[in-house]
Design a binder for this molecule. Sequence first.
Ligand code: SF4
Length: 387
Amino acid sequence: MPSTFTQAMATLGAAAEFPNTYVAQWKQRTGGKAIGLFPMNFPAELAHAAGVLPVIIQEDREPITAGRNLLGEFNCGYTRNLADQAALGRLDVYDGFFQADHCIQLLGAVDVVREDEPDKPVYFGQLMSSMGDEWTFPQVLEKMNDFRVELEKFTGRAVSDDDIANSIEIFDENRRLMRSIFDQRRHGDAALAPDQIQVLVKSSMIMDKQEHTELLREVMAEHGPVPRDDRIRVHLSGHFCHAPNPELLKVIEDSGAIVVDDDLFHGTRYVSTDVGSTDDPMAALASVYLRRNSAVPCPTRVQHDVDWDRFLVDSVIASGAQGVIVLMAKFCEPHMLFYPELRKALEARSIPLLLIETEHEGLPLESIRTRVEALVERIRRKQLTTV
Ligand code: SF4
């Protein structure tokens, strides 16, 4: 009989791989509505408080066909896949769509969703990307209030402060549990492989949070610390909006590296910051939007007193990672523009670095294997020469 761990992982894995099936079953089971959220900053707690299922729309594994003609070839794989999902009806299970981020490529893809789902609300409330100005907090708060009003219109019911505070608590609990898994990994427990950790995070973006938390507890109850092996410790950096291909993660660990930390959206970035208990939940949601960027800086935001490069170097030192593998979605402009800063900061500290560009289809796994093996070899030689 499969263990509780195996069963819990299988349920989480199914939701992560087939979000639309999970959403359809959830709707049938509860009679509720589900909304599709676009990454990376929509306050899902508000949607939960309004009684709907908030789901961050995931890149799926289908080859891009119709979506190819709807957006430029120079759009990132996530946005082209999103356009494909909309054009071919794979987003029909959602009752509405909400967005808070304004990457130009994402805006194009959301326009395709608007065109292909004409009977459903598609709401865009742009959160400020300039994070450190005097007017930032009041404007973010105003935008949070707009989201609340729009969700009330969408559901036809008022959302109370108590509802929001309750949802915040539920989300914070889920984040805390997942952070404890990341902390264990950083400090030596490598019981879960990166593709398994991705399943935990991705399913949390999709499933009802309390259901997810229960399954997470079952996973955690059965996996204790394991001795660290002698693979080379690496930090995975980058990859916004959508999860790196799990096969790529397997190749990295099969090539002699072990992932000890990351700053991926489908990783520590997603769970980095709690909202916390408060008498003013709207102000708390506005504040967490700002605090999250200080916790794990994102190049889609502008903040003069925080730097992703400094954060990356500090993270590497804290986890004892021996190298960094940057996973960059092809044509992701904010990442491409920031990458030279990362490279300079890592080179200044003599931290070995490998850049892997990812695509929706046609990932050259064997060539990636060779490059990761070369990075591992380079780090091993460096170890020998510094002993
Ligand atoms: S931030 Fe990058 S990955 Fe996200 S939609 Fe924009 S280009 Fe695509």
